[in-house]
Each structure stands twice: as structure tokens, then as C-alpha cells.
Design a protein around this ligand. Structure first.
Ligand code: TRP
Ligand code: ZN
Length: 884
């Protein structure tokens, strides 16, 4: 147990900074033994704040060598260090503070601040990493103009980069060189970046709408030069898209991306010097799956979009994180939808939300999109802040319409350019530009939890009317026992025998602006309300929450026949897919019951028939077919029940897969053949769709068993020229009893041992294997020479995938999976607290499971809690998980 309780920070305690930093000059002498940092800060009192005497700067793990004010060195006693604060009791109103510190980047395993990755120096300052570099006002509402000098060995570190424009570069003798960078845009410290290394570069350019020539560079290790084309193309597409859709242009002459191996997250939007995890920038068909290509496109766009939604307009404090992240995720999702298949993108995003985010909302770390408090801000880079935050922005878009939303974003950027602002400022701009009242809507920012929307319908045949009654509620979350009603946009339609029906809503005139009168957005604002539709000659089936118009759990007591109608003929792609999911859930529930009663598992004929019809219809988008045939994941199923019986659900789901594979095998073979192609690889929506349907067919065929399926998987593994098909085949082989699998794994390793990102996939396929014995395999792979516990990508690929995605094996009945995770968390707590605390998440969900399981999971949390020297990161998550 730790000695001192770490401090909780509250939004309500926010105070503006007592001092401002107009200019920041930093000078780095990078060395192998140590690095020296000299800062020269032009400070003055904030005229808006009265009554504060001394100066307090943040600093963490720094060796202070000297401190001077206006050229006069401070004597000991004129300052003191108190935890993470450097306090100087007496300072003038305006002064220059010079500070000289020494740090040891080569020993920094936390990957925050300045550290080394594969021999290069790099930085990660968001959220509070800058204080590990030098003493500073490390808070986002202190914005400063930075000038950065970097000196390093010219042979080891020929490339020296920082934010903004290069001012000078010169040799300074003794094998050293120096570069000076200047960024004209004032920015908070979290957007500072520095890179020094032996890097190769791919160069390109972009001309902005107003004619500015921008130099685009992607810096990577020499061996990766052939994997930058996709990121570069994505960057240019994103730059054009932001001009066209948001009217936002790039504002400097250089835009640099650097790829690093060791990185806690996906990428970082530092002004003009984005730093990327290699996994989010490198891609080529031979080594990267379709999903990998899409991730690169999405993350490159995300970081680029931050230049406006994050950098030009930034956050006042870290409680406002969703201001930049929710908005930017919404922007990148819309971009990806425009570049590829909108329905597929939407279904993927909703799936993530309904599994990971709904689970977060139902667990001990539940928090609003704008949290009220935290112990460690790194723990709040969550699916709630990012993905639910993006849903909140999407709802504003739905309520305002595209045109008003654009007026709102224009006003937001115009009002707040160069400022550090709040979520409230964003909503206020949307409201002012559109004239639409978002008063009640603001509760989405302050209330945690997933609202439940229960809908029922009654048809009055005599009057030809259909009444929809909508009730909403929201379960309690930590610190929020009761909730007020949300303002929920409920997009809907009514589906008749022959398709979508025109809508006429009693008491509401038809909207003259909408050409499509078969869809409406209902404004749900009350705990309960009823909407009556008239002029109906038949009982309709309601198509509800179209496009997933709000992040809620929707309940409607659909019959099988109604779901089959929606699955067949709903005009909304999302609802069509969701109807198929609901039918599949019914099949899995029936299988659970059958297995409990020791009966054989059968899948209902009407569902098999509907699946067969999908497979037979070659006019349908193959991507939709693949999505609709994929059974709901175990993670999604777990959200539907309390308590969750992991093993019963796993077995039932697997039996349904088996039954479908057997009954549909003939048509699955036809589809598998029909989707083969030997065109050269492209990550286009069309090709991705075809590959996903083909591999979906293969997975059912493999489950159904037989030599023919194994032969097809082996042939696909051996002959594919792209990683999507190769890895899909390998996954099938690894999860089957096929003898060939050991050979396949070995061969794959041999072929790709020099590509770390491919080896991560090799770790991951094995970690996700559903067969017994996987934990032992994972343990032994941790001793493999290619594994490295200090590299977050490897930890995620092996340990993260096993604990987070391999439900049956992680929840082994003897509890060994839980003990394994606790061991890893205890180890990583010392070297990389951010990664330790993220890895821990599956254990925090202990209250979801059967009583015996709860005890075993809880015991492991208690074991972690008893560790001395727990980081704030791990302490916060464990203590909140154990709290009553
Ligand atoms: N702002 C980054 C993003 O675009 C998030 C991020 C990158 C981050 N690296 C980090 C957050 C390290 C915390 C710690 O989403
Ligand atoms: Zn972001």
C-alpha cells in the first residue's frame, strides 16, 4: 500500500493561471549520459488574476542545476521544491526566468517527456509530460511562442526537428551540430515536440486552397521508406477534405510526421511535428491488413484535423479534453466514411461504442464526457471522452443539420482562434449560429451512464394510426445516483410490407426542407412521450435509432417476423445490420438454453434462410453481407446480461457458428470462390468489402470443418500476396485442430522476422487463439527474443489481446488468467504506469461476472492494491474498482 493518498483534482476548483509565459526559449544538449535543458521564459503576472504572490512551476524527475531571475542567480532558500511544484516566493511583475536542468532520457521508460526509442530522441508531452523536461506552467491554458535550439552528435542524430520553421542549422565542431526552430503560433506545452535521430524522409507537397505551398515530410527509419505512401496520400486527402468540408486550411510552410517504435498511444498532434506510433503510419500490402490501412488513414487524418480542433483552438483544462478529442474523432470518422464505405465505418464505430464504451459506463470508472474530477489525467483518455464525445458532436450535427453545423463550427473557430476554451464554448457557438436551443442537450456533457430508451408501438387499424411511446431512463453511476432526462435525437422510419412508408406525424406539419418523407428525427426530451403517425393502411414495423442517432440502449419488443422484415428491407443500412444482430442474439440465447437442457443446438430455419438470401444476393454490397453475417462478439453479448456466464455464452455462440457453417456450406463455398480476385491490392472500399466477405465465408467453413476447408485455408495462407488474406488464413488455422498450424506459424515468423509490426500480428493471432492452453503459450511467447515488455505495441499484441479480447481463456475457471494479468500490471507499474493502468481494465469489470468469479478477480485487484509504490495511474483505477 502507498503511504500518501494521491490528490484528486476537481473541475470546480479551476483557477486561471496567475502568470503567463509570453515567450519560451529552450535549448537542449542531447547526450548519451545525460541531457541538459536550459530554458529562458518571459513571464508576467496575469492581469486577470489578483492576489497571488509567488510563482509555482510544475516539474517531475528533474535535476535542478540553476535558477535565475533577470540574470541574477537565485540562492538556495529563495526557492523550494514541494512534490511536483517548484515554488519561488518572491518574483517581480514581469521578468525573465532562466532555468538549467539535467535529465536522463535514456532511462525514461514511461514514454512521457523526453525519451529514447530505437536510438532516437523523441518527446510525448500530452497531457502532463512537459514537466519531465523542465520546470514550467504545464497546463493547456498557458500558451507561449516557442524557440527551440537542439544540439546533438551529428553522426548519431543527423536529423534535428522541433515545431514550426527551421531558423538555422550549423555544425558546431567536435562532431556536434545545432538546429534552431521557431513556432510563430502560441501553444501550450503539451504540443511541444522534439526529435533527434538518424532518419530517412519521404518528401511531398500540398498547395492549399489559397495557394500556400506546404512541404510534407514523413520521417522513418531507412528500412521503412517503402511503407509511407499510404500515410502521405491520406495526409493530402485529409488536408483537402478539411478545406472542403470545414473551410480549414493549413497554416505553416512545413508539416512533419515522425514514426517511432515505442509509443503509448496511436499518435500525437504536436504543432507541425506530429509523432506517430509506427503502427499508425507505416503500411504496405505485403505487411499490412485492410484494417491496418484504414487505421493509418484515420489516425493521419485525426492528427492533422487537430491542427484546428485542438491546436488553433485548444482546451482550457484537461476536464475539457473531449472538446478537442470528441470533435476530432467525429471529424475523422466523417472523413473515413467519405473515403470508404459510410455504413461499414458507422457499424464499426457503433460496435466499439456498444462494447467498450457501454462497458466503461457500466463499470467503476464511469465518467461523463466532461469529467468532474480525476487523480491521473492519463486515465481519462477513454472511449467515453473520445468515442462517446464524438457521438455527442454527431448528435449536435443531427439536431442542427449539416448547414447549421458548419455555421456553428465556423463561428467556433472564429470566436476562439488562439484561445484555450471549454466544451461550453463549443456548444454556445453551435447554439448561436443555428438558433437552436441546446440547453437540455448539455446534460450529455455532465451526466455519465448509458441512457436506456424503451419504445413500444400500438397500431389502431380503424384510425390507420400508429402510436410510438418512448420512455427514457439512465442507471446510476459512481457519484451520480439520479439523472435528468436527456435530449435525444431519435432518427426513425416505418417499414411496411413493401418497404419504407411516408411519415405523417400528428400535430406536426411535414418538414418542407426534407425531400425524404420516410425518415424523421424525433426530439426526445421527456421521461415519457408519445408520437402518433397517421394515414397508415397496414401495421408498420418501426425502424428506430437509424444510423445509431444517439449513444443509447434501445429496447423494442420486436418479434422474429418484424426483425426479419427489417433485416430484409430496411432502407437504413445500420438498422438492417442491427436487425440481423438482434436475430443472432436470439439464436445464441436459444443455444444457451439448449445447452443447459443438454439438447442439440439448432438454428431457426427462418434465420438460416435470411442468411442464405444475403449470401445469394450478389447485388448487395459484400461489405454489408459480411457485416450482417458476423455474429455479435462475446464482448457485445456480455453487455446484454447480468451476471455474465462467459463460458455458456462462448459455447453457445460457437455452436451457432457451427450450425450456420454446416447449413450454409454450399453457398459459402460459392461466395468464397466468387470473391477471389487477382487484381493488384488496393485498400479501396470495394476490395476491402470483397476480402471481408471472403474471409467471413472461410471462417464459417473452417468452423464447419472438413479437409476441403483446411486445404483452402492452407492454400490461401501460402499463396496470398496481401497480409489481409494471409493473416485471415493463419487465424483460421491457428484456431483449428489442423496439424499444419505449427508449420504455418513458423513459416510466418521466418518470412517476417525483420518486420516488427508483422511480428506483433504474429503474437496477437496466438494470443487470441480460442483453444485451451493459450495462457501457457502467451507466457512462453513472453520469453521469445522478439518480445519486449518495454514496447507498448508488443505488450498490447500479446498481453493486451489475451486479457482484453480472448474472453474464454482470460476467464479460465482456475483464475490463472487474472493472476497473470495482475503480475503484468505489477511489473509494468514500475516501468510504464500509463500502459499498466490501461492493461488493467478487464479486471475492473469483476462485478459483471458470476459470484465465484468475482471473488477471484477481486483478490487479484487487492493484490495489486497491496503493492508498495503504486503509480497514480494504477492506484486510481484499482482503488475505484474496489470501492463500494
Ligand atoms: N492527443 C492524442 C490523440 O490524438 C492522444 C495521445 C497521444 C496521448 N499520446 C498520448 C494521450 C500519450 C496521453 C498520453 O488522440
Ligand atoms: Zn486526438
Amino acid at each position: 500500500m502507498r503511504d500518501a493518498q494521491p490528490r484528486t483534482i476537481y473541475l470546480k476548483d479551476y483557477q486561471p493561471p496567475a502568470f503567463l509565459i509570453d515567450e519560451t526559449e529552450l535549448s537542449f544538449a542531447l547526450g548519451e549520459q545525460h541531457t541538459q535543458v536550459r530554458s529562458r521564459l518571459r513571464l508576467r503576472r496575469n492581469p486577470a488574476v489578483a492576489g497571488v504572490q509567488g510563482l509555482e512551476l510544475h516539474g517531475c524527475d528533474l535535476e535542478l542545476l540553476s535558477l535565475a531571475i533577470d540574470g541574477e542567480e537565485l540562492a538556495e532558500g529563495q526557492w523550494q521544491i514541494n512534490g511536483e511544484l517548484l515554488q519561488i516566493a518572491e518574483v517581480p511583475d514581469e521578468f525573465v526566468l532562466e532555468c538549467h536542468t539535467q535529465i536522463y532520457p535514456q532511462n525514461n521508460t514511461s514514454l512521457e517527456g523526453l525519451y529514447k526509442s530505437s536510438g532516437m530522441f523523441c518527446t510525448q508531452c500530452e497531457a502532463e509530460g512537459f514537466r519531465k523536461i523542465t520546470y514550467y506552467l504545464d497546463r493547456p491554458d498557458v500558451m507561449s511562442v516557442f524557440t527551440v535550439t537542439v544540439e546533438a552528435d551529428a553522426t548519431r542524430y543527423p536529423v534535428l526537428l522541433s515545431n514550426g520553421n527551421l531558423v538555422s542549422a550549423e555544425d558546431i565542431g567536435q562532431g556536434q551540430h545545432r538546429a534552431v526552430w521557431h513556432d510563430p503560433f502560441p501553444k501550450p506545452a503539451y504540443l511541444f515536440a522534439l526529435v533527434a535521430g538518424d532518419l530517412a524522409v519521404v518528401e511531398d507537397g500540398f498547395t492549399t486552397a489559397s495557394g500556400r505551398e506546404v512541404e510534407l515530410n514523413i520521417y522513418v527509419e531507412e528500412k521503412d521508406l517503402d511503407k509511407c505512401d499510404h500515410a502521405m496520400a491520406s495526409l493530402k486527402n485529409a488536408m483537402r477534405w478539411d478545406e472542403e468540408v470545414y473551410g480549414r486550411e493549413y497554416d505553416l510552410d512545413i508539416f512533419n510526421i515522425v514514426a517511432v517504435d515505442d509509443f503509448n498511444m496511436g499518435a500525437m498532434e504536436n504543432k507541425s511535428l506530429n509523432i506517430f506510433n509506427t503502427s499508425c503510419v507505416l503500411a504496405k500490402p505485403e505487411t499490412t491488413t485492410d484494417m491496418g490501412f484504414q487505421r493509418v488513414e484515420g489516425v493521419v487524418a485525426h492528427e492533422y484535423f487537430h491542427n484546428w480542433s485542438g491546436n488553433r483552438v485548444t482546451c482550457r483544462d484537461w476536464f475539457q479534453l473531449s472538446l478537442k478529442e470528441g470533435f476530432t474523432v467525429f471529424r475523422d470518422a466523417e472523413f473515413s466514411a467519405d473515403m470508404g464505405s459510410p455504413t461499414v465505418k458507422r457499424v464499426e464505430d457503433v460496435t466499439l461504442l456498444r462494447t467498450a464504451q457501454f462497458a466503461e459506463d457500466a463499470g467503476p470508472m464511469a465518467h461523463p464526457v466532461r469529467p468532474d474530477s480525476f487523480i491521473e489525467i492519463s486515465n481519462f483518455y477513454t472511449v467515453t471522452v473520445y468515442e462517446k464525445g464524438a457521438e455527442v458532436v454527431r448528435m449536435i450535427h443531427t439536431l442542427l443539420g449539416a448547414e447549421n453545423f458548419r455555421k456553428g463550427s465556423d463561428l467556433y473557430f472564429e470566436r476562439h482562434d488562439g484561445q484555450a476554451v471549454t466544451c461550453e464554448d463549443f456548444v454556445a457557438a453551435m447554439e448561436a449560429a443555428s438558433g437552436i436551443d441546446l440547453g437540455q442537450f448539455r446534460r450529455w456533457y455532465s451526466q455519465a451512464g448509458t441512457p436506456i430508451v424503451e419504445v413500444s408501438g400500438t397500431f389502431d387499424a380503424d384510425r390507420g394510426s400508429y402510436a410510438l411511446t418512448v420512455k427514457q431512463s439512465c442507471p446510476p453511476t459512481p457519484g451520480q445516483p439520479t439523472k435528468e432526462a436527456f435530449h435525444i435525437p431519435l432518427a426513425m422510419g416505418l417499414i411496411g410490407e413493401a418497404g419504407a412508408l411516408p411519415l405523417s406525424l400528428e400535430g406536426v406539419p411535414a418538414d418542407p426542407d426534407t425531400a425524404d418523407n420516410t425518415q424523421r428525427v424525433l426530439n426526445i426530451t421527456q421521461p415519457e412521450e408519445t408520437f402518433v403517425f397517421t394515414g397508415l393502411a397496414e401495421e408498420p414495423v418501426p425502424s428506430l435509432l437509424r444510423g445509431f442517432s444517439a449513444p443509447v440502449k434501445l429496447r423494442f419488443g420486436y418479434s422474429r417476423a418484424q426483425l426479419l422484415r427489417l433485416m430484409r428491407s430496411d432502407t437504413d443500412g445500420f438498422c438492417r445490420w442491427d436487425a440481423a444482430q438482434q436475430l443472432a442474439v436470439m439464436e445464441i440465447e436459444a443455444a444457451v438454453a439448449a445447452l443447459q437442457a443438454d439438447q442439440p443446438v439448432n438454428v431457426a430455419d427462418d434465420f438460416v434462410g435470411a442468411c442464405r438470401a444475403l449470401l445469394a444476393d450478389d447485388a448487395l454490397d459484400p461489405a454489408m453481407v459480411a457485416l450482417m453475417l458476423q455474429l455479435p462478439s462475446e464482448a457485445y453479448l456480455a453487455e446484454l446480461y447480468h451476471p455474465v456466464d462467459v463460458h455458456a455464452l462462448h459455447q453457445a455462440r460457437d455452436e451457432v457458428r457451427l450450425a450456420l457453417g454446416k447449413q450454409l456450406s454450399e453457398i459459402l463455398w460459392q461466395v468464397y470462390q466468387r470473391c477471389q480476385s487477382d487484381e493488384p491490392y488496393a485498400p479501396s472500399a470495394e476490395q476491402i468489402a470483397r476480402r471481408s466477405l471472403k474471409n467471413c465465408a472461410l471462417s464459417y467453413l473452417m468452423r464447419a470443418g472438413g479437409e476441403q476447408a483446411v486445404a483452402a485455408a492452407v492454400a490461401q495462407f501460402e499463396n496470398s500476396k496481401n497480409m489481409t488474406d494471409r493473416l485471415a488464413a493463419l487465424t483460421q488455422l491457428v484456431n483449428s485442430p489442423a496439424e499444419y498450424k505449427a508449420q504455418a506459424l513458423q513459416r510466418f515468423y521466418q518470412d517476417w522476422q525483420h518486420e516488427p509490426l508483422v511480428i506483433n500480428q504474429w503474437f496477437q493471432v496466438q494470443a487470441m487463439c480460442q483453444l485451451p492452453g493459450t495462457l501457457e503459450k502467451v507466457r512462453s511467447l513472453m520469453g521469445h527474443p522478439a518480445f519486449d515488455i518495454r514496447n507498448p505495441n508488443k505488450v498490447r499484441a500479446l498481453i493486451g489481446a489475451f486479457c482484453g479480447q480472448n474472453t474464454v481463456n482470460f476467464h479460465r475457471e482456475d483464475g490463472a488468467g487474472y493472476a497473470f494479468l495482475a503480475d503484468q500490471v505489477i511489473d509494468l507499474n514500475r516501468s510504464n504506469p500509463q500502459i499498466a493502468s490501461r492493461l488493467l481494465v478487464p479486471l475492473t469489470k469483476w462485478r459483471k461476472y458470476l459470484p465465484a468469479v468475482q471473488g477471484r478477480m477481486r483478490a487479484e485487484l487487492e493484490r495489486i492494491m497491496a503493492e508498495p509504490a503504486l503509480s497514480n495511474d494504477v492506484y486510481e483505477v484499482v482503488s475505484k474498482s474496489l470501492a463500494e
